[in-house]
Write a protein that binds this ligand. Structure first.
Ligand SMILES: [Zn+2]
Length: 463
């Protein structure tokens, strides 16, 4: 049913909505054009043109851009001061994308974006070009209508987020002054599963380790050598089995030691998030919830408690009657606020040394968790901005289960960092037929304009 045209009022949010509506075609055309530039960090497809394109877009939005070289793909940073006394927001996004993957699985060309069924289809639509481009268009609108921004803005576009941002921490450490801000805002990943807009306050980190147990110099006949030569697969699975109890609680000494106690407000915020458990399980193809931490709410388990996951075990083969000569397992730990990945690694090492000294423990990767407290001064401002732009208060999510390099802002710079995801839940990021709903992109622009306005209005408080 078509909606009745809303009366034009003098509310800034209504004016923004009207301005976006009147520029709808151009805002979409610009995004399609931006998406058509490949920028695959893993293969180099589209580089260095992609970096130049990011520079051009920052300049068009009114920022003074510069390229920051890294040992990998460059980052692009732009800045524009706000009126005196206003805070500075650092907007983080990434201009690199995942490889397109098999063309046959796409309904249209990954780098020839099209609009179909109310969605923009193409690689990078949701992850992350469509999302940071919404901010760029918000800045451009403000520049064109008001000659500047209501607050200071620095924008950084990472060129290798899809590679795990291997150089971001050192880049941030070396450019502290350039990146100094009162608050960081990033738009990545989807909105809440319910489709509601949300403000995210953190992410879990990740630690990955590899356990290897070696036995004989070659696979052996299980009849001729069984009971004679030890089997590394048994050693490995025994070591793994010793890490959790029957309830799924990790029993490695010290594993939970540094988990920061969850303030009551955050526990309540997790519990208040809408949940359709049946749908969530169906989406996961699971019939029941894992029993671990069954006393906690669904989202608290996801955001506030570390995991210990066996990603896979490799040993022997399934066709021969052998004693394998080597067994390997890869584990990941999703870290939460307070945990230090190196200390968790040491705890795993110490546990394995005690129960299975022949098993070697190798460190693979660690990205710390991030956490901005719910009661930081910027959450109410961004929540107001989302409410004024969308007509509905956003969900406040203390932490998200996945991992982003958000700690570079919260831990390295000590800056509060808040996520304002724009993409639809079924954005199919990293997959074929990645897409972004047209209305979410346009609403994202409205949210960004509103956010910049409320941050600018904070002048008296910081001045
Ligand atoms: Zn991604």
């Amino acid at each position: 049913m078509p909606e009745a045209a809303s009366p034009v009022t003098d509310r800034p949010a209504d004016q923004t909505a009207a301005a976006i509506e009147s520029q709808r075609e151009v805002l979409l055309t610009r995004l399609l054009d931006y998406l058509a530039q490949p920028s695959v960090s893993a293969t180099g497809e589209g580089f260095p043109g992609a970096t130049q394109r990011a520079v051009d877009e920052l300049r068009l939005a009114g920022l003074t851009p510069q390229v920051i070289d890294t040992p990998g793909r460059p980052a692009v940073v732009g800045h524009r001061a706000g009126p005196p006394g206003t805070p500075t927001v650092l907007i983080y996004g990434h201009y690199d994308v995942q490889p397109a993957g098999p063309r046959a699985l796409w309904n249209s060309e990954p780098f020839e974006p099209v609009i179909r069924d109310g969605r923009i289809w193409g690689r990078g639509t949701g992850d992350n070009k469509g999302q940071h481009f919404a901010h760029l268009q918000a800045l451009r609108m403000l520049l064109e209508t008001e000659g500047g921004y209501p607050c200071g803005v620095t924008m950084i576009l990472d060129g290798e987020e899809e590679l795990g941002s291997p150089n971001l921490a050192s880049l941030v450490a070396e450019n502290r002054d350039l990146l100094a801000a009162d608050v960081v805002v990033w738009s990545d990943g989807p909105v809440h599963e319910s489709g509601r807009w949300c403000v995210l306050h953190g992410v879990r980190g990740i630690l990955a380790v590899r356990l290897t147990c070696r036995g004989s110099t070659r696979p052996l006949h299980s009849g001729n050598f069984g009971n004679i030569v030890a089997n590394p697969a048994w050693t490995l699975v025994s070591a793994l089995a010793s890490m959790r109890d029957a309830d799924g609680h990790v029993v490695i000494d010290g594993f939970y030691d540094d988990v920061a106690p969850l303030p009551a407000a955050e526990s309540a915020a997790f519990a208040a998030l809408p949940l359709d458990l049946e749908h969530a399980l169906a989406e996961a193809g699971a019939s029941e919830l894992d029993p671990s931490h069954g006393d906690l709410s669904y989202y608290e388990r996801l955001g506030a408690i570390p995991t210990l996951t066996i990603n896979g075990i490799e040993t022997g083969d399934l066709k021969r009657t052998i004693i394998p000569n080597e067994a390997t397992a890869r584990l990941d730990v999703r870290l939460v606020g307070g945990q230090d990945g190196q200390r968790v690694f040491a705890a795993i090492q110490a546990h394995v040394a005690k129960v299975a000294p022949d098993v070697e423990v190798a460190f693979e990767v660690c990205v710390p968790a991030s956490r901005t407290p719910l009661d930081n001064p910027y959450t109410p401002l961004l929540a107001d901005a989302v409410a004024s732009a969308t007509g509905e208060a956003p969900l406040l999510i203390p932490a998200y289960g996945g991992t982003l390099p958000d700690y570079v802002w919260t831990d390295l710079l000590g800056t509060p960092s808040l996520g304002l995801p724009i993409a639809n839940v079924d954005e199919a990021n990293h997959a074929p037929n990645e897409n972004l709903e047209v209305e979410r992109y346009l609403t994202g622009i409205a949210i960004s304009v509103a956010a910049l306005r409320v941050l600018g209005a904070r002048r008296e408080v910081v001045a």
